[in-house]
Design a protein around this ligand. Sequence first.
Ligand code: CTP
Length: 398
Amino acid sequence: MLAGKRILLIVGGGIAAYKSLDLIRRLRERGAAVVPVLTAAGAQFVTPLSVSALAGAPVHADLFDLTAEAEMGHIQLSRSADLVVVAPATADLMAKMAGGLAGDLAATLLMATDKRVLIAPAMNVRMWEHPACRRNLERLRADGVLTVGPNAGDMACGEHGPGRMAEPLEIVAAIEAAIGARPLAGRRVLVTSGPTHEPIDPVRYIANRSSGAQGTAVARALARLGAQVVFVTGPAEVAPPEGVEVVRVETAQQMSDAVDAALPVDAGVFAAAVADWRVARASDRKLKKSRDGLPVLEFAENPDILRRVSQMREGRPGLVVGFAAETDDVIAHATAKRARKGCDWIVANDVSPATGIMGGSENAVVLISGDGAEEWPRMGKDEVARRLAERIAAVLGG
Ligand code: CTP
C-alpha cells in the first residue's frame, strides 16, 4: 500500500513516543521507507538506537551535524519525503510550528519542507484544551497541516480526556489518506443514510429530522480511500457524494430490500435514521378531513436493518457499524444498543436539541466497540467521517 513511499517521521518528546516505534514497524511492513528524526526531548523517551534499528536507517537528531550535512543537507532531507509526519506532536512542537520557529532540526525541517505535514498530537488534556494550544491548532489547520487524533481516554499522567496519541494503525490510515494511497481499493462498502418516509396516504408521510449529512460524509470519505461504495439513501436534504453507486429509496422496507441487493460487502455502515414504524395500512387515496372525523393511524414495525445484517449467519459483512442517536445517557444506551443489535461498532451521538447536532454541521460522537467507549472531540461531520473511514481502513485495509 505504501510501497516506494518515503515518510519523514519526527518523533517528539512525549510518553507516546513508544507508540511511534510500533508506527515505524507498521509503515515498513507496508513497504514505506521511514527516515526518522528524533528531537532532544524525544530521545528522553525512546533511544536513537531503537528508532534507527526499527527504521533500518540512521536517526537524524542534530541541526549542526557536519557528517549529516555533508551527506544530505537538512533542506534536502525535508524535501525528499512524500510526507512529513510528527508523532507524537507535543504542545511544544505544535507551538514551534505555528510560530514558525526553526531552532532545532525538527523545527527547521518543518519550516523548510515543501511536502504535506501530518501531526499526531499527544499531550495532557489540560494542555490540549489550553487556549494557546487551540490557537496553534487552528493556525496549523489553516496552514494546511493535517491532523490525526488525539483520542480520548485514560492518560499516562492519570487524567482522563482527549490527549492520547492516535493508535499506530490510525496514523497509518491517515498517512495513506494523506498521500493518496487507497487502502480500501478493492473493498466494497455499503452505507445507509438519510431519513425514511413512511406514507400515510399519497400526499402525507411520517419522517424525521435527519439531513443525511453524516452518512453522506462517511460515504464520501470511504470513496476517497478507494472503497467501492453502495450508498442507499432515503430522501435526504444533502446531495449524494460523487463517485459512489447511489440507490434512492423512500421507506424502511425499500431500504431493507436495497441493502439485501447490495450484499455481499466487506463492511456496512448504517447511518440512516430509519423509521421504526410505518402506518400499517397506508391509504391509496388522500384522507379527507370531512368524511369520517379524525383518522386513527395504526402502526406496524419496520424491519430493523442493522440488527438483521449484524445477526446474519451467512454473508455478514466483516465489519458492521451502526449509529445511535440518543438524548440521554449516551454511552450506556449506545453500549446496550451495540449488544442488542449485534454490530461491531456503534457511533453514538447526543442529538438533544441543545447540541444542535441533528441538521447541524458538527458532531460529537462516542465510538463504542468491543474495547469500550472512546469519546471523540466535537468536530465537523466531514472530520468525523474521515476519522471513521480511516478506522475502517485500519481494520479492512490489511
Ligand atoms: N436501524 C436500522 N433499521 C431500523 C432502525 C434502525 O438499520 N429499522 C439502524 C440505524 O441506521 C442505526 C441504528 O440502527 O444505525 C440505531 O437505530 P435506533 O433507531 O437509534 O435504534 P433503536 O433500535 O430504534 O433503539 P431505540 O428506539 O431504543 O433508540
